[in-house]
Design a protein around this ligand. Structure first.
Ligand code: 2AM
Ligand code: CA
Ligand code: CA
Ligand code: CA
Length: 270
């Protein structure tokens, strides 16, 4: 669709700068937003390019961006904007700053309160994951489908560990301890947007994480849904997009994950 083309164009342009910055990370200025919450000139530069490209193409759309927060439509038109861009310019900043080639640009389009299009672009591997509501999910030109595994015992799961300065370490340990005994393997690569894209691609069979934000997960949630996956919050509600908790996978893995997380919750609070 036209909206997807706008997102792909913006991501492709922003990615050029990001690739250049990745080659000289020691030259970037880095500051902290919290105890282990780093932000660099690369995050800000990328967000600026995305803002310029997206607002030029759709002046009446508003934004939710990680670094700039909620931003009104550039046109200043009164009333409810017809759409909103949900943007994480650099998902996986810590990887980026350590020279680990696993990070992405994440953009979601929301129209009338519904996610309608998504782009997650990994500029190092040149993998452009995209989806349109009702039209499926793709990586570059290839249609995506979640894996065919339905049982935990041969599943590979992804997760995210809460950062220093965030609550939830004990809960995560409890959940991981229970799941470790049930699955083939657990991975922790450090980019929520790519974790979700990899579930859509059938590389991971499932994924769970807590305490994220809408810009981390919005695009990935649509990718998983359009690839035939199931994605909810930890209570099984259709609220993954909030980011408070995200649980996803194939139908069977998603169901089994929800069940185990519930058990972990009981053990942890007992
Ligand atoms: P970021 O790199 O855009 O900040 C990894 O588990 C996920 O958590 C990534 O999507 C990452 O996004 C996010 N993240 C990293 N550090 C964080 C922090 N200190 N607080 C909240 N989220 C963080
Ligand atoms: Ca960040
Ligand atoms: Ca992020
Ligand atoms: Ca980010």
């Amino acid at each position: 669709s036209a909206v997807t083309n706008v997102m792909v164009g913006a991501a492709t342009k922003a990615a050029r700068g990001l690739r250049r910055d990745f080659g000289e990370v020691e030259q970037l200025q880095v500051s902290r937003k919290g105890p282990a919450d780093f932000v660099s000139t690369a995050d800000h530069r990328t967000e600026k390019i995305l803002y310029e490209e997206l607002s030029r193409a759709r002046p009446d759309w508003s934004f939710l961006m990680e670094e700039r927060g909620a931003v009104d439509a550039a046109s200043g038109a009164p009333g409810t904007p017809p759409g909103r861009w949900i943007v994480d310019p650099l998902d996986g900043t810590l990887n980026f700053l350590h020279g680990l080639p696993h990070f992405a640009i994440s953009i979601a389009a929301e129209e009338r309160g519904q996610l309608t299009a998504a782009v997650v672009y990994d500029p190092v591997k040149d993998e452009l994951f995209w989806a349109e509501k009702g039209r499926g999910a793709y990586v570059n030109d290839t249609r995506l489908r979640v894996s065919s595994r339905s049982a935990l015992d041969d599943a590979v799961l992804a997760t995210g560990i809460p950062f220093r300065g965030r609550k939830g370490h004990r809960q995560w340990l409890e959940e991981a301890a229970l799941l470790m005994g049930q699955v083939a393997g657990i991975r922790r690569f450090g980019s929520a947007a790519l974790d979700l894209a990899y579930v859509a691609a059938g590389r991971y069979d499932g994924y769970w994480e807590r305490n994220l934000n809408p810009w981390d997960v919005a695009a990935g949630v649509l990718l998983v849904k359009e690839a035939g996956g199931f994605v909810t919050d930890a209570e099984g509600r259709d609220r993954a997009m909030d980011g408070a908790s995200v649980v996803c996978g194939t139908e069977g893995i998603h169901r089994a994950l929800l069940k185990t997380l519930k058990t972990a919750g009981k053990t942890a609070s007992a």
